[in-house]
Design a protein around this ligand. Structure first.
Ligand SMILES: Nc1ncnc2c1ncn2[C@@H]1O[C@H](COP(=O)(O)OP(=O)(O)OP(=O)(O)O)[C@@H](O)[C@H]1O
Ligand SMILES: [Mg+2]
Length: 370
C-alpha cells in the first residue's frame, strides 16, 4: 500500500491507539471498509436528490468522501457522483492523483448510491421517452432520426467534403442555444473545432430564419479550438465543468478523426491511432450518458477504389468508430443545395435515407415545385 493509501482523505473514524483490540483500517479488506461506511452515509443523501437526475448529484455526496479528495476530483473534471461511478480505478489514479485503493473505494461507494445493476425494460422505456431530441432544421431529417438528435447518445455524421457535416453541426448548435420561444431548447452547446471551420457569421445567418437574437445564441455556444489530438483530448476532460456551468445539452466534435488521421499516418502507427481513438470514443460515450448530453461527431471518409460493388467510400476509424457510435448518418451530395442523408447504423432506426437542403438560412427541407 502506498504512503497516500495509508492516509486516505475519505473520512472514517480513526482507530484509537488505546484500544489495540480494534481492527486497524489496513487490516480490513476493501469491501469490509465500504460496508462499514455506506449504511451510515446513505442517510445523508437527501431523499429529494435521489429522485433527481443522477447528473445533478454532486461528487461531494459520495459516501465518506473528504473535502480534499472531492476537490481533486472536481479539478480533474469529475463533478458528479455518476461520473465517478462510471469511471475505472486506473483512470481516476491517472487523472486525479489519488491512490488506487482510494479510487476503488470511491467508485464502489458511488456505484452503490447509483444502484447500478439491472432495471426493467419498462423503466428503461420511461427513461428513454424523457430524452430530449434536438431538431435539425429539416423535418425530413428529423423524421429520419426518429425525432432529432438524441441526448445521452453519440451520433456520427460522416461524408465527403462539402456534404453538409459542419452545416448540420451549426444548425444543431442554433437549435440548442436558441430560446424556447423561438423553437429552440433554451440550453447551450459546446463546440470542439479541430479544423478551424467554426463560423459565428453562419450562426447569425441561421438565427435570422427564426427571428432569434443572434447575440444571445452566440453567447450560448462555447467553442474550443483543438490544435492536435492531445489538445482534443484535454478539451474533453475540461468539458464537464462547462456542461454543468452552462447546462449544455449538445457537444459537437468537428471533426472526430482529422487530427488522429494526420498524426498517425501510415500502417506502422495504425494500432496506436486506433487505441487512442478508442479511448477518446469511450470518454465521449461516458460523457454523453453521465451528463445526459447529445454528442455529435463528424467524420471524414476514405475512398476505396478497389471495391467493385456497392459503396466505395467509408467513414474513417474502421470498426472502432463503427461500434462506438450509437447512430451513424452518412451524407452524400445531391444536385445544387440538395443533400442525401442515410442512417447506416442505429439500434432503433432502419437503414433509410432522406433528402434535405443547405440554404442560406441553414438546414431546411427541400422545396418541391409543382
Ligand atoms: N451561407 C451559405 N449559404 C448557402 N449554402 C452554404 C452557405 N455556407 C455553406 N454552404 C453550403 O455548405 C457547403 C459546405 O458544407 P460543410 O461546410 O458542412 O461541409 P463539410 O461536410 O463539413 O465538409 P468538410 O469535410 O470539408 O469539412 C458548401 O459547399 C455550400 O454548399
Ligand atoms: Mg466540415
Amino acid at each position: 500500500m502506498s504512503k497516500k493509501e495509508n492516509n486516505p482523505e475519505i473520512t472514517k473514524k480513526p482507530p484509537t491507539a488505546k484500544k489495540p483490540s480494534v481492527k486497524r483500517k489496513s487490516d480490513k479488506k476493501d469491501e469490509d471498509w465500504i460496508k462499514d461506511i455506506i449504511p451510515k452515509q446513505r442517510k445523508s443523501v437527501p431523499k429529494q436528490q435521489k429522485k433527481q437526475d443522477l447528473s445533478d448529484i454532486a461528487v461531494s455526496q459520495i459516501p465518506g468522501i473528504g473535502p480534499a479528495i472531492s476537490e481533486k476530483l472536481i479539478t480533474s473534471g469529475y463533478l458528479t457522483l455518476a461520473a465517478v461511478g462510471h469511471a475505472s480505478p486506473i483512470e481516476l489514479v491517472e487523472h486525479c492523483e489519488i491512490g488506487e485503493q482510494t479510487a476503488k473505494r470511491l467508485i464502489t461507494a458511488a456505484r452503490s448510491q447509483m444502484g447500478i445493476g439491472f432495471q426493467s425494460a419498462k423503466i428503461m422505456l420511461e427513461t428513454r421517452q424523457k430524452l430530449v431530441k434536438i431538431p435539425t432544421g429539416s423535418k425530413s431529417l428529423d423524421t429520419l432520426l426518429a425525432g432529432g438528435v438524441e441526448t445521452s447518445s453519440l451520433t456520427e455524421i460522416a461524408g465527403e467534403f462539402r456534404t453538409g457535416k459542419t452545416q448540420i453541426c451549426f444548425q444543431l448548435c442554433v437549435m440548442t442555444a436558441m430560446d424556447k420561444k423561438y423553437g429552440g431548447l433554451g440550453s447551450s452547446a459546446i463546440y470542439i473545432d479541430t479544423e478551424g471551420t467554426f463560423r459565428p457569421e453562419r450562426i447569425i445567418q441561421m438565427c435570422n430564419k427564426f427571428g432569434a437574437p443572434a447575440e444571445e445564441v452566440l453567447n450560448n455556444i462555447h467553442v474550443g479550438r483543438a490544435y492536435n489530438s492531445d489538445h482534443q483530448m484535454v478539451l474533453l476532460l475540461e468539458s464537464p465543468k462547462l456542461i454543468k456551468e452552462h447546462n449544455a445539452k449538445l457537444m459537437i466534435i468537428d471533426s472526430l478523426t482529422s487530427h488522429f488521421r494526420a498524426e498517425y499516418a501510415g500502417r506502422g502507427s495504425l494500432v496506436e491511432r486506433q487505441q487512442k481513438l478508442n479511448k477518446y470514443l469511450h470518454q465521449l460515450l461516458r460523457l454523453a450518458e453521465v451528463y445526459d448530453i447529445a454528442i455529435v461527431a463528424t467524420n471524414q471518409v476514405l475512398s476505396k477504389p478497389d471495391v467493385l460493388y456497392g459503396e466505395t467510400t467509408f467513414p474513417i476509424g474502421g470498426h472502432i468508430v463503427a461500434h462506438s457510435c450509437q447512430t451513424r448518418v452518412f451524407l452524400r451530395k445531391g444536385k445544387g443545395e440538395k443533400r442525401i442523408a442515410r442512417v447506416i447504423d442505429s439500434p432503433h432506426i432502419p437503414e433509410i435515407e432522406t433528402i434535405f437542403a443547405i440554404t442560406s438560412d441553414g438546414i431546411a427541407d427541400v422545396v418541391v415545385n409543382d
